[in-house]
Write a protein that binds this ligand. Structure first.
Ligand SMILES: [Zn+2]
Ligand SMILES: [Zn+2]
Ligand SMILES: [Zn+2]
Ligand SMILES: [Zn+2]
Ligand SMILES: [Zn+2]
Length: 402
């Protein structure tokens, strides 16, 4: 019996305890109040506050204030603006698009014609709002430059380009030829005896001066006496008559050799008085010019038949250079020999063949011991030797140029 009572009491207290525990639990749950953080959480659209239990509360859209421009947009760059939520302080940024400019025609600039140097400038308008250049339709011109005009010369001044023989006129502005290259139109040579002689081109005013003291070996002398570098020869017009073989030096004048296709002749024939005569005046003449005088002083039979090499030389020239030609001395032949390559190349250009080659040429010099011998110079080796006056050898006319 006691046992049962005790069991009953145990059961009673157990039940009572369980009841009390359950009731405590019930009352605990009912009494929790959310406590939200003071800090706001946010995303792009909303803000809210959190309870420690994880509950979200006070959620709502941001309430933005007015936009504030932080960077003005320009025609070149975008701008920037921000606004802020008055509740949570969330900041939203936005780009302000670039300003859009519409061109409008301002001041008009007339077209400028081009010339040989400067490009033409198109008609254009300045834009009122920017620095662009516009056409009449308001379109932007990538360039206002057009092309040059070769026919329209910028300057009117011209210049003469002058060489010894020719002139041409060119425009200063662009160098284009106005008058094509032609020979000078020379007037007459000055007639006074003062040297050097000169003449003037009536077109370009170039004054040609004949100053043989300035000649160099290889210069060409034309039949009118003028000096012409070989590269300036005008083959259709010019008449080359001599090649300078010695330039003037000390008391000696320039020496020229006659331009011809050479041939062979006797110094003199057996019929000539000079054949059997030791002509003392010709043993050592100063030059061939003096020798020619002495020969004529010594004999009255100086003709082409009897003294062919002599006479062909003396009669070689014409025009302004008709006088003064002669058969050279051995020393004058030596001077030719010393420049033989240059001279023979010029002969080749002028006559189509070499005239000196390895030929042997007569001098005007008499052998001092044997009356029937005169001297020749062998161009194959430069040696001087003597030979019968009626032998047949080449001869070349030369002339001094003062
Ligand atoms: Zn809570
Ligand atoms: Zn907010
Ligand atoms: Zn504009
Ligand atoms: Zn020009
Ligand atoms: Zn001229």
């Amino acid at each position: 019996m006691k046992k049962n009572i005790k069991k009953m009491v145990n059961l009673f207290f157990t039940a009572l305890f369980a009841l009390a525990a359950f009731g405590f639990m019930i009352s605990c749950e009912i009494e929790h109040q959310h406590t939200f953080e003071s800090v706001w959480s946010s995303d792009e659209t909303d803000h809210w506050q959190l309870c420690l239990c994880g509950e979200i509360g006070n959620k709502s859209n941001h309430t933005f204030g007015d936009w504030t421009i932080t960077k003005e947009a320009t025609y070149e760059t975008v701008g920037e603006k921000i606004h802020t939520c008055s509740v949570c302080g969330y900041r939203e940024e936005e780009v302000i698009e670039r300003l859009v400019h519409i061109h409008s025609l301002g001041i008009k600039h007339e077209a400028i014609a081009g010339n040989c140097v400067d490009k033409a400038i198109l008609e254009y308008y300045e834009c009122l709002g920017c620095s662009e250049k516009l056409n009449a339709s308001g379109e932007v011109l990538s360039s206002i430059e057009s092309t040059t005009d070769a026919e329209n010369h910028k300057g009117i001044t011209t210049n003469w380009i002058i060489t010894a023989r020719k002139h041409k006129e060119i425009y200063d502005c662009c160098g284009v030829e106005k008058t094509e290259e032609t020979q000078h139109s020379f007037g007459a040579w000055t007639t006074n005896d003062d040297l050097p002689k000169s003449r003037t081109c009536s077109v370009c005013d170039y004054v040609e001066t004949i100053d043989y003291s300035k000649c160099v070996v290889g210069d060409i002398i034309l039949s009118d006496g003028s000096i012409c570098p070989i590269d300036e020869l005008d083959w259709g017009i010019d008449d080359p008559l001599a090649i300078i073989v010695r330039k003037s030096y000390m008391d000696k004048p320039a020496l020229g050799i006659g331009i011809s296709v050479y041939w062979e002749q006797q110094w003199c024939s057996k019929e000539a008085e000079g054949y059997y005569t030791n002509i003392y005046a010709l043993q050592n003449p100063a030059d061939g010019s003096e020798a020619w005088e002495k020969l004529n002083e010594a004999f009255s039979d100086v003709t082409t038949t009897k003294y062919p090499a002599w006479c062909y030389c003396a009669n070689f020239g014409y025009d302004a250079l008709s006088e003064g030609w002669y058969l050279p001395t051995t020393s004058e032949l030596r001077e030719i020999y010393n420049n033989r390559e240059l001279i023979d190349n010029i002969f080749f250009r002028l006559t189509g063949s070499y005239q000196l080659q390895t030929r042997t040429f007569w001098s005007c010099c008499q052998n001092s011991r044997w009356e029937r011998f005169a001297f020749v110079l062998d161009f194959s080796n430069g040696e001087v030797f003597h030979i019968f006056k009626d032998a047949i050898y080449y001869f070349c006319p030369v002339r001094a140029f003062y």
